[in-house]
Ligand binder design. Structure first.
Ligand code: ATP
Length: 440
């Protein structure tokens, strides 16, 4: 059982896994302790600060500083977590949230401004496509250069050379300059070099997204093998499903801050809510009442919308509208006269979207017209599974006569849709059933 990141701290020698079992701190291969990193938005100032810091360091005056200078910002702030032998950790966050900066600090490519990173063993960074490769050198020369930077001796590289080339499927191109390689070939060679150093920690930043599907699945198979032999890795990806399939644990960064860490299912749910810009505290109003003073679109049309309610299959008002769940929308109307052919038209439009309606529901097109006598009526529509992805929507409801003439309407109701399920970057929810049947 993998341990929950939130259950341990850098100073804890007796750490517990999710089951509360005490685990050995010897297993920890990476400790990131209160790491912060600041950058400067202004190139000139950035160069000046860089010079100041180098000089300060040379004369031993540079201290870890919590202060921001002009035009500086925190790309990472107080990040702490640990990684154990054989664990796979997903790292997610929107563009610019600090993922690459964190990997570069762990790889030792840049220094944190405060905090520190403790590593046991060899780290192999697969951070950018072709990183560490010299374009004018051949594949062969680059293998030697790259793997020796990662700490292997010439003899060790000689021993593994054929395996590296075979895994990368570079063939005879191994003696051509790397600048003649396709992006897929560079990714394959980079991955092959990194894994053949037998690293204790592998850092993978989106590079697995490059290359064809066959090679990607070969890489994933290799990663499983490496994990089995004790390699830990951190995987950065925008593909939720890839993280869920590969990593039990994840971290979610936002504006350089660690928002959530723990098992990947929980972290991805918070990450997706954030992606779809839903505040978890916000809920949809369950019932919208429109008082008698509401101005009717068409004076004396004879029909008025009084109330719209969102309910579950048992007729209970719901506090949250959830993707994939049953949803009943009830519209209470009053009528002064008889209408032979009343239809309801619902338009749902994502706020901040492209302006196109996300969902249009038209009872007239569905062959449902209602006869309305004078008095109060409730018109109901039931959605067995709500297909809307999590988000904030504008809800409009029109009452029409004969599918044409608007007799009343309610506009600009804001509804919030949330999800208890992982949506995996989808734009809508598809209800489904899976089964496996023996056929022989
Ligand atoms: N060398 C640098 N100088 C100044 N700002 C930088 C530097 N490197 C990164 N940044 C800034 O730091 C923030 C974090 O960048 P980072 O590349 O770590 O984000 P990320 O989460 O990896 O983004 P993406 O998903 O787009 O790769 C961004 O605002 C970025 O513009």
């Amino acid at each position: 059982m993998m341990s929950d990141l939130s259950l341990y701290s850098a100073n804890n020698l007796k750490e517990t896994d999710l089951n509360g079992h005490v685990t050995a701190s010897d297993d920890v291969v990476l400790s990131v302790n209160n790491v912060s990193k600041k950058f400067c938005r202004d190139l000139k100032l950035s160069l000046m600060y860089g010079m100041q810091d180098i000089v300060g360091e040379m004369v031993g005056l540079r201290k870890q500083s919590e202060q921001l200078r002009k035009k500086e910002f925190w790309a990472l702030k107080d990040i702490s977590f640990q990684l154990r032998r054989g664990e796979a950790l997903g790292l997610v966050g929107k563009n610019g949230s600090g993922k690459s900066t964190l990997l570069r600090i762990i790889a030792g490519l840049i220094k944190p401004d405060t905090g520190n990173v403790e590593i046991k063993g060899r780290v192999a960074p697969l951070i950018a496509l072709g990183a560490g490769f010299n374009a004018v050198l051949t594949g062969r020369e680059n293998i030697y250069a790259n793997m020796s930077i990662l700490g292997l001796s010439k003899e060790e590289i000689d021993e593994r050379f054929d395996e590296v080339v075979e895994f990368a499927e570079i063939g005879e191109a191994i003696d051509a300059p790397v600048q003649t390689y396709s992006s897929g070939m560079q990714a394959r060679l980079g991955f092959s070099c990194a894994i053949h150093t037998k690293p204790d920690i592998l850092l993978i930043d989106e590079v697995l997204a490059v290359g064809d599907i066959r090679f990607r699945s070969k890489c994933h198979k290799k990663l499983r093998e490496l994990r089995h032999n004790g390699t830990s890795f951190i995987l950065v990806s925008h593909i939720t499903q890839l993280i869920l399939n590969t990593c039990e644990l994840s971290i979610f960064l936002k504006y350089g801050k660690l928002i959530k860490q723990g098992n990947s299912q929980d972290v991805m749910q918070i990450y997706e809510q954030d992606l779809f810009e839903i505040n978890s505290q916000e809920t949809t109003k369950k019932i919208f009442k429109f008082d008698s003073m509401k101005k009717q679109l068409i004076e004396n049309s004879g029909i008025k919308i009084n109330e719209i309610a969102f309910k579950d299959e048992n007729g209970n008002e719901i506090s949250e509208i959830l993707t994939g769940n049953f949803l009943k929308i009830e519209t209470l109307i009053t009528s002064d006269k008889t209408f032979e052919d009343v239809n309801l038209f619902i338009k749902i439009q994502e706020i901040g979207g492209e302006g196109e309606p996300t969902l249009l529901l038209n009872s007239f097109n569905d062959g449902n017209s209602f006869q309305i006598e004078p008095g109060s009526h409730c018109i109901t529509i039931e959605l067995p599974y709500l297909g809307l992805k999590p988000g904030i929507y504008n809800f409009t409801l029109l009452i029409k006569e004969s599918g044409l003439y608007i007799v009343d309407l309610v506009e600009s109701i804001q509804i919030i849709v949330k999800a208890n399920i992982i949506m995996t970057d989808c734009l809508f929810y598809q209800p489904r059933k899976w089964k496996s049947t023996r056929v022989d």
